[in-house]
Design a protein around this ligand. Structure first.
Ligand code: FE2
Length: 290
């Protein structure tokens, strides 16, 4: 059951609702980023835990594909629900079985609030087309909801959704912090020819996707409009950490801070509060060697 989703408004199935799009949602900033994305064509090449913002650290420049969560005003943009949402999806992190046709895909990442802190217990309700581009409106195939862990993380096991007329490749999702408003949006795949012609496409909603074996791994971080107050370890007057300080969970780091971890020096790329699992070698979006 997804009681928190009951107030979402279902549409009558009408493919033109979604295919026609709404160009007003694509801001000038979004168009500028689209141009950057087209030239950078970022793909993850490294390993380890991949935050969606890895593309900024591994691409050709300081390109932000998804909202950064340290400026307080740049949350994950909404998108239309489309005609295929159904409430009351089953709670599950896998939408497939061993025999499900399609290219295996995992999508993982984190849900943050506006202060760049993880949101635990956030509801994520995914729905998508099957490998042939069809939505199941009778049962709950390729539909499922889950809740983020204590570190704000989520992981979805599915297949690459098929294409259907009028749209580029995408996955629908509703995201909701506990007690918060529902964010309805869509996630996109890089290097899709139809990204250039789909009026709904927004490059800020691109996942990082890499090929792994016979499948793909996608990552995306959500930033929800959740007010978060600085904790006792995160006063705004914290002095910058001194060079050589050992990385420690719970510490608030600013861009430019330098730490050591495992005997290796790292420089902080963007302000955040460190949590277990975000050790510098694992999160290239947050730390670089040097
Ligand atoms: Fe769709």
């Amino acid at each position: 059951m997804t009681p928190q989703m009951d107030n979402a408004t279902p549409h009558e199935p009408n493919a033109s609702d979604e295919a026609s799009g709404d160009r007003r949602r694509i801001s000038r900033k979004g168009l500028l980023k689209a141009a950057l994305v087209a030239s950078a064509a970022p793909l993850l090449a490294g390993g380890g835990v991949a935050l969606a913002r890895d593309a900024a650290a591994t691409g050709d420049g300081p390109l932000a594909l998804t909202p950064e969560c340290d400026d307080g005003d740049d949350t994950t943009p909404p998108q239309m629900e489309g005609p295929y949402f159904k409430p009351n999806s089953p709670r599950r992190t896998s939408l497939v079985t061993a025999g499900t046709p399609g290219v295996p895909l995992t999508v993982s990442g984190y849900v943050f609030g506006r202060a760049c802190r993880p949101v635990s217990g956030a509801l994520l309700d995914f729905w998508q087309a099957d490998t042939n581009g069809a939505y199941d409106m009778v049962r709950f195939d390729f539909r499922g909801h889950q809740f983020t862990g204590a570190d704000g993380s989520f992981s979805l096991t599915t297949i690459v959704p098929g294409l259907y007329p009028g749209r580029t490749r995408h996955i629908h999702v509703k995201a909701q912090a506990p007690g918060g408003r529902i964010l309805t949006t869509q996630l996109y795949f890089p290097n899709e020819p139809r990204n250039n012609t789909d009026a709904l496409f927004n490059p800020r909603l691109l996942m990082n996707v890499r090929n792994v074996g016979n499948g793909r791994q996608g990552t995306f971080d959500f930033v929800l409009d959740v007010a978060q107050t600085p904790g006792p370890t995160d006063p705004p007057t914290d002095p910058p950490t001194e060079p050589g300080t050992s990385w420690a969970a719970g510490t608030s780091y600013r861009a430019g801070d330098r730490v050591t971890y495992g005997g290796v020096a790292y420089r902080c790329l963007q302000a955040h509060q460190a949590v277990s699992g975000w050790e510098p070698p694992h999160v290239p979006a947050l730390w670089e060697r040097g």
